[in-house]
Design a protein around this ligand. Structure first.
Ligand code: UDP
Length: 385
């Protein structure tokens, strides 16, 4: 019989935040993770050779408009000012992202003012597309064919392994188009990088006398009995032994290389040309501009279908996956004493701040339900929405 009453499967942001909130409310919590470290895919570690802090599973930039979430992360880590300024190497030139007035003027060899560029782009866009549904329709409507084919089409085919006509418009809606020279990749009020990495921040969240962390610990469904409640941040299909099939993800391969000096002058350089096999190159030392390193370590990022045994990164959420997800959601709803959370538990493309927001709200909901003796919902938010 365990002396703990709550089991959290996964020590990423969802598990750490829910674990912390419930531990502070007096629950005794186990947080288990199959991997040898906490922090899930935002895990960061010093590169042994260069001593640069590396985002081991690819770039993670903390940005949010949610002041509560910003305050929350600042409780557990010192955040340093950081602005993500992404460049893209397309057809032999370097351009600024997200598409802004500099990108537009450079691309069209023009010197347009903001209102001129706005009119120009309105003409380039396909106004016959009234309610864009697909990624391609969204792009053609708002940036027109030339910019779409140069900056988005190849990148998206490489990243998602399918045609942009098959992907939802919501993926492209993540990126703004600006008619000024603002090249901050994110438009949020708060943005920064934890001074000593995300892993130290998550370790601080989990550092509580009511929390026991078990690393290298795979949790199966049969291990979950004996707890009052389980929060599962692992893949929902794996929880049910993939009995209804495997939900498709993209996984990433990183080719690490080093450089003596500054290789690309920015943290993230995208490569949308279809004949370049990688999608982007990350030069990690630029994520810590307050540090100084002579050497440099870089990750070339290659996307491919996620097979059994690979690390899942991006949920694909095409029509077939959404049908399968619907079946898993129905199955999950038959259960009791479990709530599915986070990117893998709910099979959604979530940013870090949204993950934390939902984790905080989930923990508060649980505490309210626990007081009333009510049944906690299996999902905080409908994963099919
Ligand atoms: N995208 C693109 N070209 C770029 C950057 C992004 O086509 O240079 C598309 C691509 O489909 C990508 C999506 O926009 O998956 C969202 O981009 P974001 O930078 O938000 O991706 P993330 O950093 O989450 O991988």
């Amino acid at each position: 019989m365990t002396q703990h009453d709550i089991l959290l499967v996964g020590a990423g942001l969802s598990g750490a935040v829910i674990g912390r909130e419930l531990a502070e409310a007096g629950h005794r919590v186990v947080v288990a993770d199959a991997r040898a470290h906490v922090a899930g895919n935002c895990h960061s570690a010093r590169d042994e050779e260069t001593q640069v802090m590396v985002h081991v599973y690819g770039p993670h930039i903390f940005h949010t408009d949610d002041a509560d979430v910003w305050d929350y992360v600042n409780r557990f880590a010192k955040f340093m000012p950081y602005k993500n300024r992404v460049k893209t190497t397309a057809r032999g030139q370097v351009f600024s992202l997200p598409i802004n007035l500099h990108t537009i003027n450079q691309f069209f060899s023009a010197t347009m003012r903001p209102d001129e560029a706005r009119d120009f782009m309105a003409e380039k866009g396909d106004a016959s597309i009234v309610d864009p549904q697909t990624f391609e329709e969204q792009a053609l409507r708002f940036v027109g064919r030339d910019l779409y084919e140069t900056f988005f089409k190849g990148y998206t085919v490489k990243q998602w392994g399918c045609a942009p006509t098959d992907l939802p418009a919501s993926i492209l809606r993540r990126l703004p188009v600006r008619f000024n020279y603002d090249d901050d990749y994110f438009a949020h009020r708060f943005q920064g990088m934890p001074q000593n990495g995300y892993t130290e921040m998550v370790e601080a969240m989990l550092d509580h006398p009511n929390i026991e962390v078990r690393l290298n610990t795979e949790i199966r469904r049969e291990d979950a009995s004996g707890y009052d409640h389980v929060f599962n941040a692992g893949p929902i299909d794996a929880w049910f032994g993939h009995r209804l099939g495997r939900l498709a993800y993209r996984t990433l391969d990183f080719r690490r290389f080093t450089y003596d000096g500054d290789y690309q002058g920015c943290a993230v350089m995208n490569y949308p040309d279809i004949d370049v096999p990688w999608t982007r190159i990350t030069e990690h030392k630029h994520f810590s501009p307050w540090e100084s390193h002579d050497g440099s370590v870089l990750y070339e990022e290659h996307s491919r279908a996620c097979g059994p045994g690979d690390i899942p990164y991006y949920p694909i959420r095409l029509v077939t996956e959404m049908q399968m997800l619907g079946d898993y959601v129905s199955l999950a709803k038959q259960g009791n004493h479990i709530t599915f959370v986070g990117r893998l538990g709910t099979y959604r493309y979530l940013d870090m701040d949204v993950t934390i927001r939902e984790a905080l709200d989930t923990a508060r909901l649980y505490l309210g339900h626990a007081v009333q003796g009510a049944r906690m919902p299996v999902f905080f938010k409908n994963p099919l929405a």
